[in-house]
Design a protein around this ligand. Structure first.
Ligand code: N01
Length: 546
């Protein structure tokens, strides 16, 4: 029995609930399902008009997943998984296909009745006296809850860079992470695309197919490995399932694995002769997709080994791109694998098209946007009818800060994290009792199959909520020492690798003024599972419960 919200609208948002969940992407949907099973009342707020999270917003041309379809879906319901097994049309699913799957799940498990769409949480305040969170939304809702569970994702705060003059632009502009759900007609139009991360690398080849002219403005060249996407015939599904099952067993059977990259490789780069290495890199180029930088044990730790892999890919770029000056501009110099590894379909080939131009804005930066296009520092005006911003996100912390969370003594999470995110297990934050972050900083999230990471977090959290209820505990908070140890552990682990050496969004380097801290946990899901299980087994060691 729930009283009606005093300030809410006619949408019937309850004024109290055991749990408020923020976000109805893959983490939020599973969480809602499990919370309900536990018999707790839940209110879910979702800023989009539909479920799906990132797969709702990133509807740009060419958007698709870089994890294989047969793995990029929920594993918690065997019926759901087997029903879908033969339905995935391609090895790597397109955005609309994944969104359709999310919708199917919402309907199949009747999730929508507890989700309030088109509603953004814009404030959450801890009330110590009652041990409740008070959650407020942009629609005037106000809900008191015992537990606040954030499932806002890591890449949901899209960033349009502050380039002077955008308001004067006469054409249309779009950000890949907030793409409209309607067809954008590029035919015959002059398109300027800013940004060459995963989104830009996927969008450019598709936009180029119909655009009159596409100019790609590139700040940092990227290493891309062919995705080798293919239609999933029933035969291919069967062989892929066997292959993926073997891979999982192999990974689970290696108890010495302590780091993500050790899951995939068995030998070091210089164990092989140059000829063997070349042959092995060729094999990885054909088959490894996003696992390319994990082909050898030391690619992510030894600069000389990394350079071997990097130079192999640079050789491929030189051989694919016909114009040597353009090929030269496309050659990356950061250690391969230290930015999110991109897998592509025809990205480098796109620059062989007569209607595509590449501009290096590292040497000739953007000065401003004019009514007619993008003006570069050299005085060159790149004329545009449409500008596509593929400029990424304020990753991991951005979506959490937008919630305006105030913990004990009214302290804002932005202040607590002024020097970078600090968490215990990537799940909890000292000073913010009864708040849990799914797939956030300090957890494997963006360095894993994130659906699997979300399930891992949900399962652990549900067991915790059950334990708290059984033991009559209504307040749980990470201890400061445990949080400091976890944060140092994550940083030290990252520093064993080359990851922190790139200017990546993992490091906060894409956002001016953001602290440079490596945010994800690099140990991989298997090690992480052991660690969070151990904490639970030791009666939630590192947490204060009362
Ligand atoms: O964003 P990004 P994204 N002026 O930050 C450039 C996931 N994802 O949306 O590298 C000019 O990677 C920026 O340049 P630089 C995936 O985890 C997955 O592409 O900072 N340029 C870069 O080129 C991915 O990593 C999938 O120098 C500016 C680009 O914009 C993450 O989302 C698909 C600029 C941004 O690249 C983010 O990818 C899509 C400025 N002011 C996304 N600011 C798949 O599953 C930024 N840039 C396949």
């Amino acid at each position: 029995t729930q009283e009606a919200s005093s300030t809410g609208d006619a949408r019937d948002v309850p004024a109290t609930a055991d749990v408020v969940i923020i976000g109805a992407g893959f983490a939020g949907m599973y969480l809602l399902h499990r919370v309900r099973d536990l018999g707790l009342s839940a209110v879910t707020f979702e800023q989009a008009p539909d479920v799906g999270g990132t797969w709702y917003w990133n509807a740009y041309p060419g958007a698709r997943c870089d994890v294989e379809s047969l793995l990029y879906n929920y594993s918690w319901d065997s019926g759901l998984r087997s029903d879908y097994q033969y339905k995935w049309p391609e090895r790597f699913s397109r955005q609309p296909v994944i969104l359709e799957y999310a919708r199917h799940v919402a309907d199949r498990f009747d999730l929508r009745r507890d989700i309030h769409f088109d509603t953004r949480v814009n404030r959450a305040t801890w009330d110590e006296a009652s041990r409740h969170w008070i959650v407020e939304t942009d629609r005037g809702d106000r809900v008191r809850c015992r537990f606040l569970l954030s499932a806002v994702g890591c890449l949901s705060d899209s960033q349009v860079p502050k380039i002077p003059g955008l308001k004067t632009f006469r054409g249309d502009w779009y950000h890949t992470g907030r793409w409209p759900h309607r067809d954008i007609d590029f035919s015959g139009r002059r398109v300027v695309q800013i940004g060459t991360g995963s989104s830009g690398v996927q969008a450019a080849p598709v936009i180029a197919e119909t655009a009159g002219h596409l100019t790609v403005l590139q700040r940092t060249p990227q290493f891309c490995i062919p995705a080798r996407n293919a239609p999933l015939t029933p035969e291919l599904v069967d062989t892929s399932l066997e292959r993926l099952k073997d891979m999982m067993i192999q990974m689970a059977d290696r108890p010495t694995v302590r780091r993500l990259w050790e899951s995939f490789a068995t030998k070091k780069t210089f164990d092989d002769s140059p000829e063997e290495r070349q042959a092995y890199f060729e094999q990885l180029w054909e088959n490894a997709a996003a696992a390319f930088p994990f082909g050898y044990l030391d690619t992510m730790t030894d600069p000389a080994a990394n350079e071997e892999a990097a130079e192999f890919v640079r050789g491929k770029i030189r051989s694919i791109v016909q114009d040597p000056a353009t090929a030269d501009k496309l050659l990356p110099s950061y250690p391969i694998g230290t930015k999110r590894q991109i897998i592509d379909t025809g990205y480098y080939e796109t620059f062989n098209r007569p209607n595509v131009t590449l501009e290096d804005i590292r040497t000739d930066p953007i000065e401003r946007i004019t009514p007619d296009g993008v003006l570069l520092a050299s005085g060159k005006l790149v004329e545009a009818d449409i500008i596509v911003f593929a400029t990424g996100f304020d990753a991991m912390t951005g979506p959490i800060f937008r919630l305006n969370i105030e913990g004990v003594d009214g302290r804002a999470i932005q202040d607590a994290w002024a020097d970078g995110p600090q968490t215990y297990l990537g799940l909890a934050v000292h000073g913010f009792p009864n708040l849990f972050l799914l797939t956030g900083p300090g957890s494997p999230s963006v360095l894993s199959n994130v659906i699997q990471s979300a399930e891992q977090h949900v399962d652990w959290l549900i067991a915790l909520l059950d334990h708290l209820r059984d033991n009559g505990i209504d307040r749980i908070e990470a201890e400061p020492d445990a949080q400091a140890r976890w944060t140092t552990y994550c940083t030290d682990m990252a520093n064993e690798s080359l990851w922190p050496r790139a200017d990546s969004w993992y490091m906060g380097a894409n956002i001016p003024g953001k602290p440079r801290v490596f945010m994800p946990y690099i140990g991989g899901n298997a090690l992480y599972q052991e660690e969070i299980d151990e904490v639970a087994e030791k009666n939630y060691e590192g947490f204060q419960l009362n």
